[in-house]
Ligand binder design. Structure first.
Ligand SMILES: *Cc1c(COP(=O)(O)O)cnc(C)c1O
Length: 387
């Protein structure tokens, strides 16, 4: 049976070149980067090289990057560290990834004042609402760059720019963090354009290894470590360096600056537009999130009178892997917090399907999907109690 993977927002396979770059660091160059001897030094050199590649891509300094076990750890580090001593005010949004949302809820149960900004119906955060929420006690704003369930792009650069002005008049600056996991593969990432103080990135969403991420920390700022132990990363993050993972993440980022990558982005955009055009020709369907301000690779559709989970299972039986929302939200029967946040009623939010495209997909995959989708919709709706 044909196997089609349409869940690239949940995770991507490791690129062959990434795997090739990693391999020696499992087998031959296995040294502990903190060791003084030659094995250790070669491992350390590999880490520094990886940092240079990434710093070059983000247009920041290599020492502003620390490696983590993924974006979940990066997000936790920023939020918990900023509020560990001062129980001030945090501004975030209602449709963040659980790695922010749950951390923010945890903080709010522990004395931190949290404002959750509601996104607009089109899946965008209104920058003015964010800035208006700032109080004297505000210490941090954390807003995702691209939403993982609906692909909408948030005005990070705009908020960052206005915040610089606001901070000029403040005694204690408001720090700015973005979870940029879903943007890394597709959007401009230069720190000086985004004007953030902290940024979280994950390896496995950009054809790099799982369990590997990074945190950008602006020069001059210091975060209390989440993990205490050895003096790795200048004491910012303890634990033996994951050298193969670090090399893999570096290679995955290096591939993003190649000419082929630009071609791939154009290809994916065409594919994504084709998908949207064709799905929207079907009966009783709408697209979630502003089509003008979303990434073409990630499309979230709402089907009337259909249960998203049933649709997902039917597609899976035909070899097509997609999702009803995020991998983290599925497995629970509650409707997607993202769709609820953009004002979609509970009953309707259950009829959602997210298609996220990747390198392995082509037009024939979409045509096959359209055929199965249309059949499945007819079948499911014929049983629907909603009619
Ligand atoms: C996948 C994802 C995360 C979690 O990243 P991990 O590296 O798996 O911990 C966080 N935020 C967003 C937006 C994501 O898509």
């Amino acid at each position: 049976m044909k196997q089609i993977y349409f869940d690239n927002a949940a995770t991507t396979p490791v690129d062959k070149e990434v795997l090739k770059a990693m391999e020696p660091y499992f087998l031959v160059e296995f040294g502990n980067a903190s060791s003084i001897h030659n094995f250790g030094q070669r491992a350390e050199a590999a880490i520094l090289k990886s940092k240079d590649i990434i710093a070059d891509f983000l247009k920041c300094q290599a020492q502003e990057i620390i490696f983590t076990s993924g974006a979940t750890e990066s997000n936790n580090t920023v939020l918990k560290s900023v509020f560990v001593d001062f129980k001030g005010h945090l501004i975030t949004t209602l449709f963040e990834h659980p790695a922010i949302l749950e951390t923010a809820k945890y903080l709010s149960q522990n004395g931190v004042d949290v404002t959750f900004i509601k996104p607009e119906k089109n899946g965008l955060i209104d920058s003015q609402k964010v800035l208006k929420a700032i109080k004297k006690e505000t210490r941090l704003i954390s807003i995702m760059y691209v939403n993982n369930e609906i692909g909408t792009i948030q005005p990070i650069g705009k908020i960052g720019k206005e915040l610089v002005e606001i901070n000029k008049k403040r005694e204690n600056p408001v720090l700015f963090h973005t979870d940029a996991v879903q943007a890394m593969y597709f959007l401009p990432m230069q720190i000086d354009r985004l004007r953030v103080d902290f940024m979280s990135i994950s390896g496995h969403k950009i054809y790099g290894p799982k369990g590997m991420g990074l945190l950008y920390i602006k020069d001059g700022l210091k975060l209390k470590p989440l993990l205490h132990g050895g003096h790795q990363e200048n004491g910012a993050r303890a634990g033996t360096y994951n050298v193969p993972g670090i090399v893999g993440l570096g290679k995955a980022v290096e591939l993003l600056s190649k000419a082929e990558h630009q071609k791939e982005l154009i290809r994916i955009e065409k594919l994504g537009n084709y998908l949207i055009e064709k799905v929207m020709e079907l009966e009783g369907v709408s697209l979630n999130g502003d089509p003008q301000n979303k990434l073409p690779y990630n499309s979230n559709f709402l089907f009337k009178n259909v249960e998203g989970e049933s649709l997902l299972l039917k597609l899976d039986l035909a070899g097509i892997a997609c999702s009803t929302g995020s991998a983290c939200a599925s497995g629970s029967l509650s409707a997607s917090h993202v769709l609820l946040a953009i004002g979609i009623p509970h009953e309707e939010a259950h009829g959602s399907l997210r298609i996220s495209l990747g390198k392995m997909n082509d037009k024939s995959d979409i045509d096959y999907f359209l055929e199965i989708l249309s059949k499945s919709l007819t079948e499911l709706r014929s049983f629907s109690p909603f009619k």
